[in-house]
Write a protein that binds this ligand. Structure first.
Ligand SMILES: Nc1nc2c(ncn2[C@@H]2O[C@H](COP(=O)(O)OP(=O)(O)OP(=O)(O)O)[C@@H](O)[C@H]2O)c(=O)[nH]1
Length: 402
């Protein structure tokens, strides 16, 4: 790393932000509502999808347990003096819910494979509650519409979507609840004679009480959506480097298996470049740690400018980065070498109008699948080549063993 005289064309790029493949994640504590809505409607990031897949399995197990418990309800109805017809209808419903719960369970074990699964199961949970309500309403409208248990079933269906960590499933479940319950309540209120809307046991069904229930269900949806949003932000932070706002090692560990799997299934190429700044210790020693931090942000900013779609830059730690490219190793070498020239050609401005500091990096490349089939073997091969680049004088990219 050397200091060079000031070049007016080479202004510091630290603050330049470009929307592209190395984009900064949203991190601010103050987030506009439009951003929160956009985030809830977007596909969650890789780590969140993994968390959501675990959540889907948890929901499937919970559903199987709850469905098992539902089998006790017809029994309780019979012991409590209920009619045989009512008991049999309840039993048929409980068996149906159990069968469905058993179908969802094995699918949930491979939920990353079925992208539609969280939406289908969320819709199923809501619709199952509505089906129970319809069956009860066919005999006793107040027992259905003033029933706290089934109404809580709706709330539970909405709350369970939080475990999936995907705002889209929460909004879908909330919208379905409002539609299904709203339609059922409106239909019952319009088509049922006034005397059948009152019951000594369950009270009177009115437009006002039903509207209150709908408002509470909408509030439950909003609160759950906010929980999901906060969860997504926390997970995003855990996968992001605080200094450069780049994805970090945790992000890479979660993302790389999927990238490798896609490359294997589609027969595509994938190359991993291990990038290490040259003589970075000297920057810290000579100009201080704060300047070192600014240099790191400057390099990342330049790399962001040079980024292309299908490339992911990750800060592995210290002054070491990984660039993952969906390209064969030869093309990747050209890309990384172009980035090397870009970084070397844009010196870091120490102080406005003062000296410029030339920053360079060395890199070693490894290609999937010929030189490694997992992150660790690819990183180890790339590191051998990085060390070779350092030995050969730095400021170079090595893609072959000498
Ligand atoms: N300012 C700053 N320095 C860091 C950070 N992380 C690691 N470092 C420093 O990076 C330096 C890395 O030094 P070395 O591993 O000796 O490597 P180098 O000086 O770049 O030498 P070569 O890699 O052989 O070219 C150390 O001084 C670390 O303290 C950081 O987040 N900020």
């Amino acid at each position: 790393m050397t200091r060079v005289s000031g070049d007016p064309a080479d202004r510091s790029d630290e603050r330049r932000v470009r929307r592209g493949p190395f984009d900064e994640p949203r991190h601010s504590a103050k987030v506009p509502v439009s951003d929160a809505i956009a985030s809830l409607l977007a596909r969650p990031d890789e780590i969140m999808l993994e968390v959501g897949a675990g959540g889907e399995l948890l929901v499937a197990r919970l559903r199987a347990v709850i469905a098992g418990l539902l089998l006790l309800l017809p029994l309780a109805n019979m012991l409590g003096g209920g009619t045989l017809r009512g008991t049999l209808i309840g039993l048929a419903g409980a068996v149906l819910v159990n069968v469905c719960a058993q179908i969802w369970l094995p699918l949930a074990r491979r939920s990353r494979r079925y992208r539609w699964l969280p939406f289908a199961t969320s819709a199923f949970d809501v619709t199952a509650a509505s089906a129970v309500l319809v069956v009860i309403a066919a005999h006793d409208v107040p027992a259905a519409l003033n029933n706290p248990v089934v109404w809580c079933g709706y709330l539970l269906a909405i709350l369970l979507t939080a475990l999936r960590g995907d705002g889209r499933t929460t909004l879908l479940a909330g919208a379905l609840v409002l539609l299904q319950y709203g339609a059922l309540a409106a239909f019952a209120l319009v088509s049922t004679p006034a005397e059948a809307l009152a019951s000594s046991e369950h009270g009177i069904v009115t437009w006002a009480t039903q509207l209150q229930r709908l408002v509470l269900l909408a509030a439950g949806t909003l609160i759950t959506a906010m929980v999901v949003y906060r969860m997504q932000r926390l997970v995003e932070m855990s996968g992001t480097d605080g200094l450069t706002r780049l994805p970090n090692r945790t992000w890479l560990l979660h993302r790389i298996p999927r990238l490798l799997r896609t490359a294997r299934e589609e027969g595509g190429s994938l190359t991993l470049a291990l990038i290490n700044l040259d003589h970075f210790k000297r920057v810290n020693d000579e100009a201080g740690h704060n300047v070192g931090d600014r240099v790191l942000r400057h390099v990342v900013s330049v790399l962001r400018d040079g980024a292309e779609p299908g490339e992911w830059l990750v800060r592995l730690g210290g002054e070491e980065f990984v660039l993952v490219m969906r390209k064969p190793i030869g093309t990747s070498w050209e890309r990384v070498d172009a980035l090397r020239r870009l970084v070397a050609g844009r010196p870091f401005e120490l102080d406005r109008g003062a000296d410029f500091m030339r920053v360079t990096f060395s890199a070693g490349l490894a290609g999937y699948p010929h030189e490694g089939t997992d992150l660790s073997s690819l990183l180890s091969r790339a590191d051998q080549r990085l060390q070779q680049a350092k030995r050969e004088g730095r400021n170079r990219v090595v893609a072959r063993d000498c």
